[in-house]
Design a protein around this ligand. Structure first.
Ligand code: ZN
Length: 590
């Protein structure tokens, strides 16, 4: 430090760097640290230029520390750090409460919302916006949250029995358990009954035009010849539709709208069509029905019949509200409040249902939980916790513009949560044998915490012995070693690396001492290590599906499948399976 810079500057910078690292998963950022120091210390502002290199140095020192050590040091700063942490937690809670009110709630006895997926695929991150908003609004107003399976296309959007179960599992995992569950495939008679009613009201007709012919009428804003068939005859034609008098593609039921509506897609849209279910069996009801509703008919009817008061769905459904309002007004019903939010896109996550399905069929992906996918099953398998997804979604809220969220955001929320519960473990990738000479003791017994802040989680014990030739044999990551570098083997001892060549032979190091204070004083680089025996083999599936092999401490065998561990200094990963002495993990995040 030069004379101009006050002596407390370095400790202020270190505190800011630790805080910044703590908030960002162990990596402080120089710009942010300098900004904070200057914002809080007016007297330093004129010294920004001289402070910059000091900030750089301290930030890189802090970033080299394991997260657990950063946290210990951060907490050691005392009351200020505790206050920061509490503010951070309070901030998170307040964000969760900040959903804007729903419109016109006072008009209804009880708020009813619904989530209505087609179980022809699994849910992915893009679905969570509809789920969490619909569920949370129902809870916010002590209302009802409905799950409705829209499984009415056995030909093109065929559902599969296990997918119904997956949807429910995913909802429960997200903490959005539905109050009521409906299957549209159980409700065909209802859709028939209202079709008949609408025909009787003169609001629907059976159209036998080819698609091309119908289009030529509708484009001109003219009725097709079927539109003006008298109601009694239309009812007969409807019966014929139901009773196999027409084949697939020969007739549809159309809802009368406005032939001059500016959007041709709104003009007399199809409500029911014939599907040959002897060829395309429905997974739940087989060949029992041959006339099936199209989306706007079944969804629109069900929203009314199930008493849905607020429909919270994507902007792409806005035209559907326009279509459905025609039969609502024919029946004298009020349309529910519709809240249309923008599309949710995530950088680098595959969200397209058809691409996911195709990829699985073609064997590109292992299954719905392939770590490259943004399906909820894949996120869960990877160690993403539902609270992180919830925070991401509630932060965006129901705004109508399209939103792109970054994968990094989700991972950083996730890291803040799992960091508090994940046991710490040592693992080494690219191992190199290290021989430490000059250790006075013949045996060392060290107990490292499974979690630095949660003593109840217990300790990991290592007992290592000096060998006959007077050295301690350990394993470290080859890339962590630098010749003549003071190095701290975390929790064990400080050493000076003396020789790294030839790289086919063990690296040699000399014992310096035991204490972390000494390590700090000599600016030792902290690295993880393993004893030479008693370790386990680990395989980590990375986000691009490649596999990294490494060695981990033997205590990993005590972790249960499903546990997210932090490999100190490396990354978080979820234990996916155990087989013999091999432990498979899925990479969670840095
Ligand atoms: Zn027609």
């Amino acid at each position: 430090l030069t004379d101009e810079i006050p002596s407390e500057a370095e400790s202020l910078i270190r505190a800011a760097a630790l805080l910044n690292a703590y908030r960002h998963g162990g990596k402080a950022e120089s710009g942010a640290v300098l900004g904070r120091v200057l914002a809080e210390n007016k007297n330093l502002r004129s010294l920004a230029r001289q402070l910059a290199p000091i900030v750089e140095r301290i930030v890189s020192e802090v970033n080299r520390l394991p997260v657990s050590e950063q946290e210990r040091m951060f907490r050691a700063l005392g009351p200020q750090s505790v206050k920061e942490e509490q503010e951070e937690k309070k901030g998170v809670k307040e964000e969760m409460k900040r959903l804007p009110p729903l419109p016109n709630v006072q008009r209804y006895d009880r708020v009813v919302t619904r989530f209505a997926p087609n179980p022809d695929s699994v849910l992915h991150l893009g679905s969570t916006r509809a789920i969490i908003l619909s569920h949370d609004y129902a809870r916010m107003y002590s209302g009802i949250f409905i799950l409705r399976y829209e499984d009415t296309d056995p030909r093109l959007k065929r559902s599969a029995l296990e997918l119904y179960r997956y949807v429910l599992e995913d909802l429960e995992w997200l903490g959005c358990k539905p109050d009521q569950v409906f299957y549209q495939s159980d409700r065909l008679e209802v859709y028939y009954e209202y079709a008949k009613k609408l025909i009787e009201l003169g609001g629907a007709y059976v159209c036998t035009c080819s698609q091309e012919n119908f289009r030529s009428y509708i484009i001109k804003g003219e009725p097709c010849p079927d539109r003006n068939v008298p109601v009694t005859d239309t009812l007969l034609r409807w019966d014929r539709m139901l009773n196999a008098g027409y084949s697939e593609g020969e007739a549809v039921l159309r809802v009368k709208t406005d032939l001059n509506h500016p959007n041709p897609a709104v003009r007399d849209w199809p409500a029911m069509r014939i599907i040959d279910t002897t060829k395309h069996k429905h997974p739940r009801v087989g060949s029992k029905y041959r006339v099936w509703p199209l989306y706007n008919w079944s969804a629109g009817l069900d929203d009314h019949l199930m008493g849905v008061t607020h429909i919270i769905r994507g902007q792409e459904h806005a035209t559907n509200a326009v279509r459905q309002k025609y039969f609502y007004s024919a029946f004298g019903w009020n349309y529910p409040e519709a809240i249309h939010y923008g599309r949710l896109m995530i950088e680098g996550g595959e969200l397209s249902k058809s691409k996911i399905e195709r990829g699985i069929r073609e064997g590109v992906y292992d299954g719905y939980d392939d770590p490259r996918l943004a399906t909820l099953r894949a996120l869960r398998r990877r160690g993403i916790v539902p609270q992180a997804i919830r925070r991401l979604i509630l932060e965006i809220g129901p705004k109508s513009s399209d939103v792109t969220v970054s994968w990094d955001n989700l991972l950083s929320y996730n890291r803040q949560i799992i960091d508090r519960t994940s046991p710490r473990r040592f693992a080494v990738f690219g191992p190199r044998e290290l021989h430490v000479m000059g250790v006075p003791e013949d045996q060392l017994r060290v107990a490292l915490p499974r979690h630095p802040d949660v003593p109840e989680m217990g300790a990991r014990e290592f007992v290592i012995r000096k060998e006959k030739d007077g050295v301690y044999r350990l394993l470290v990551q080859s890339e962590d070693l630098e010749t003549n570098r003071a190095t701290r083997l975390i929790g064990l001892m400080n050493i000076q690396v003396e020789s790294l060549s030839p790289d086919t032979k063990p690296a040699l190091a000399r014992f310096l001492g035991y204490t972390p204070e000494e390590a700090r004083r000599i600016r030792a680089k902290a690295v993880q290590w393993l004893p030479s025996e008693g370790n386990v083999d680990i395989i980590v599936t990375m986000p691009d599906a490649t596999k990294d092999r490494g060695i981990g401490e033997g205590g990993i065998s005590q972790e249960e499948v499903g546990t997210v561990v932090q490999f100190e200094r490396l990354f978080f990963a979820r234990l996916d399976s155990k087989k013999d002495k091999e432990y498979s993990f899925i990479f969670t995040s840095k």
